[in-house]
Design a protein around this ligand. Sequence first.
Ligand code: UD1
Length: 418
Amino acid sequence: MDKLIIEGGVPLEGEIRVSGSKNAALPILMACLLAQGPVELSNVPRLADIHTSLKLLNILGCSCSFEGNRVYSECRNLVPEAPYELVKTMRASVLCLGPLLALLGEARVALPGGCAIGARPVDLHLKALEKMGAEFKLTEGYIKGTCKGRLKGAHITFDFPTVGGTENLLMAASLADGETILENAAREPEVVDLANFLIACGADISGHGTSVITVRGVDSLKGCAYRVMPDRIEAGTYMVAAAITDGELRIMDCPYQELDAVAYKLREMGVWLQEENGYVLVRRENGVLRNVDVTTQPFPGYPTDMQAQLMALMCFGEGAGTVEEKIFENRFMHVLELVRLGADVRLRGRTAMVRGVGKLVGAPVMASDLRASASLVLAGLAAQGATEVQRIYHLDRGYERIEEKLSGVGGRIRRVRA
Ligand code: UD1
């Protein structure tokens, strides 16, 4: 397995460009199943999860090619089965459920199962699709869904503003009979990007970006050309990289308006951020960082996907702070690894208490999930000596060319291939 070797302690300086958003591209790729006619997507990041999605689309009967950062797709004879071999490697595969039911009236999608950051069930997706007339059976590890005729518009109130659930329903409702209203819908920018893609294909959607989305079903969707939004979590990770190494980064293609909650916390810690024409400049304000309290929330609150990175930064802040995780029940696997580097973090339930220690010292660490891996890379960039981050296939699922981008701004980081 590949690993990263990082020699820490170098302030990062220069320009770093943000790639297209993984979490926006994944549902948009699944939405390609709905389009009659060719789709051309640009700004698609070259990541393991995108390759998995393309494999899945090909298996489902949608022929796709990936050239540079463009995906070309065209669907012909769709097949309603997403096999376990693919779903087990990527939970977002469950996003083909809505499109398959809407188009074919049936779907067989392997049940995703647990993952490193908690149980993550899909009950809210299924409950909402049932309100639209679908019926589900769970047998032999598969979710088998059917509906008689087309899905029917419905009034759905989510128990929790689930991102994936909102996305599955947006896709299903776009081709349903009549109007669907989604209440307590997720407001994440990636949900908005999916809605905009569907609209570009001819869907009738309004209210996306708020917690009440209205979808009026149409007879068919056409192909289109669409540019995927930049990745706000990658951008936020590079903001922390500038602050943790006491350097200065110019972050290009930064979706700054989607990073309000992150920018707010970073400012509170003593990080200076300024948006200029198309980029964001980031550095410490006067060299000193102060620790803060943060709680993860659905958008527009502080994102769970930026929790581990902020914790790495807090190891270098003055005083104590807390990190409360409200979205996932088991998202603190980075804590023990940070402790291996010298961090002072104590866990009590879903809250981590972090006391700044001023310095970390490099050691071998093991990445356990995508954002945990990012926090270990950040910690390694600021630690004294060498940090070896093992199991970086997690990172390759979410950060395009990370070692190349970080070494481009002075980071001493290299990949050792297994
Ligand atoms: C998406 C993102 C992920 C991010 C998360 C929260 C993608 C591919 N992934 O994940 O990076 O961390 O949003 O911002 O876009 N839940 C249920 N039942 C359900 C659905 C969800 O209990 O049917 C629970 C989950 O277990 C979890 C919480 O709700 O605890 C949030 O899940 P959800 O918002 O659906 O996140 P994902 O779409 O899985």
